[in-house]
Design a protein around this ligand. Sequence first.
Ligand code: RFL
Ligand code: PHB
Length: 390
Amino acid sequence: MRTQVVIIGSGPSGLLLGQLLAKAGIEAVILDRVGKDYILGRVRAGVLEQGTVGLMDEARAGKRMHAEGLPHEGFSLAFDGRDHRIDLKDLTGGKGVMVYGQTELTRDLMAQRETIGAMTVYDASNVRLHGYEGRSPYVTYEREGITHRIDCDFIAGCDGFHGASRKSVPEKAIRTFEKVYPFGWLGILADVPPVSHELIYANHPRGFALCSMRSETRSRYYLQCTLDEKIEDWSDDRFWDELRRRLPAHHAEALVTGASFEKSIAPLRSFVAEPMRFGNLFLVGDAAHIVPPTGAKGLNLAASDVHYLYAGLTEYYQDHSTAGIDAYSTRALSRVWKAVRFSWWMTTMMHRFPDTGAFDQKIQEAELDYLTHSRAAATALAENYVGLPY
Ligand code: RFL
Ligand code: PHB
């Protein structure tokens, strides 16, 4: 068969791109190596920038997000037994973020794709990319023992960090930059009311903690942990006790606990692949870059890549101009590196590193003190947190 764009990966970037292209009358087929339920079972990001919210609206998938998502105008930085509110709205001239889980965003995009009857192939194994350096790219995959081929104009590699797209590029054509952090995040989901109506990022001598949420009755909490930590060693009671220790006393006392229904450990990493375009193949989202979750940027960066690629592809099909797709990699990477810098900075400021000496500790304390006493410093944090312009 033939289509205009083959999208590899049915995560947030692939689905969002698919919906936007459909709206512009551009046909796309999405292939994913796993099934729908598996994709919807992944618990990941929770904070959407306004740009991401806008793209969901543009994709005509924003209705439930506006009804059920929680608009937030600020968050807290907790350290030294106190917390300090970062007033996003005041510091950014009226901007905020939307708390809405990646699972829900994915579900809404999938539902919208079903409504328009666009084609998605789940459980597509051995996905291979061919001929993207020339004029006739095509993708092959296997399903139920049969090999299929889809010819196309362009391939969008939206298949995450471990996907086939980036790996199909010859090593000498790609440059990668990586930083692996010496810790991970242990996260849980529980149907208990959040400890605070805004997020709390806590820096504590025992390690970082984050209090987040999915709704007014569902909480998402994280603890910094070592990389060799095992989930089985973390009973709910142990998790709650440790979280209480890392929060200021008034929050620890207010914490409502209960049985968790999801528990997982994620390692923290910064990674960027350059460029993000190879002939008629474009890398999008986690396929091209990974950031530690501290700045809540991973999903939002995937959305801004989609914005640039969607703009480039509509320009190509509607105006017969390659200017947008030619500029894709440079435009996307310029924004990516600023988010990589912000996520690294926030991670460095909020976590305990195993090799932190007395000097590094003092620098971290000075940084937090500066942030909470300087409007200029707080503004820089707020501007990045709500998301830099596209
Ligand atoms: P995704 O979501 O990884 O989706 C990629 C899709 O591609 C499919 N795929 C393949 N399909 C065909 N052939 C192959 N060979 C394939 N290989 C993979 C996969 O099945 C999948 O469906 O990438 P996308 O769309 O770019 O979206 C990016 C976001 O998911 C990601 O940036 C964030 O979730 C990052 N992230 C977090 N971001 C935050 O802002 N806050 C968080 O709290 C947060 N927690 C996380 C995270 C990422 C995690 N990962 C990647 C392991 C927690 C985890 C555990
Ligand atoms: C989440 O709710 O999962 C979340 C929120 C903020 C972050 C990271 C994760 O910075």
